[in-house]
Design a protein around this ligand. Structure first.
Ligand code: CMP
Length: 138
């Protein structure tokens, strides 16, 4: 059954001009784009989004990075979207990412890792609702 997930082309990838190439990978893998917007978010918005990581040592750096330039927010849909996007992205640390994955091709470091994807159904529901209003998801 069709499932929705949430994804971000992160500021490092947008800055390096990889947005189109990453969207092409997502398209080739069979995802439909339900909604998409380019935005320059604030540190406070990033802190709210990554609140589950607020005790982690990398939290402040991560939020500053996410607010360092424009990013692309997306809601994607396909059968098994959450797991399939995680597979397409590759490991969080690009050094451990498999050949052919988005992070292997486009990520620079464990923090500046090109793309985000929800890790579970509950997270996807929170993340979609955090960035998109209902009328943007019709
Ligand atoms: P993401 O999938 O968006 O979820 C949390 C983010 O935190 C992750 O991608 C990375 O950008 C970042 N992150 C995770 N682990 C580390 C780490 N050890 N050091 C720095 N950043 C990290």
């Amino acid at each position: 059954m069709a499932q929705r997930t949430f994804s971000i082309v992160k500021p490092d990838a947008v800055r390096k001009g990889y947005t189109g190439a990453i969207l092409a990978e997502i398209d080739k893998a069979g995802f439909q784009i339900v909604s998409l917007k380019k935005q320059h978010i604030s540190v406070a918005q990033a802190q709210g989004f990554y609140a589950v990581h607020k005790e982690r040592p990398f939290f402040n750096d991560l939020c500053a990075f996410m607010a360092s330039g424009p990013l692309v927010l997306m809601v994607l849909e396909k059968d098994n979207a959450i797991l399939d996007l995680r597979k397409l992205m590759g490991a969080t640390n690009p050094a451990n990412a498999e050949e052919g994955t988005i992070r292997k091709k486009f990520a620079g470091s464990i923090q500046e890792n090109a793309i985000h994807g929800s890790d579970a159904e509950e997270t996807a529901a929170f993340e979609i609702g955090y960035w998109f209003a209902g009328y943007e998801l019709l």
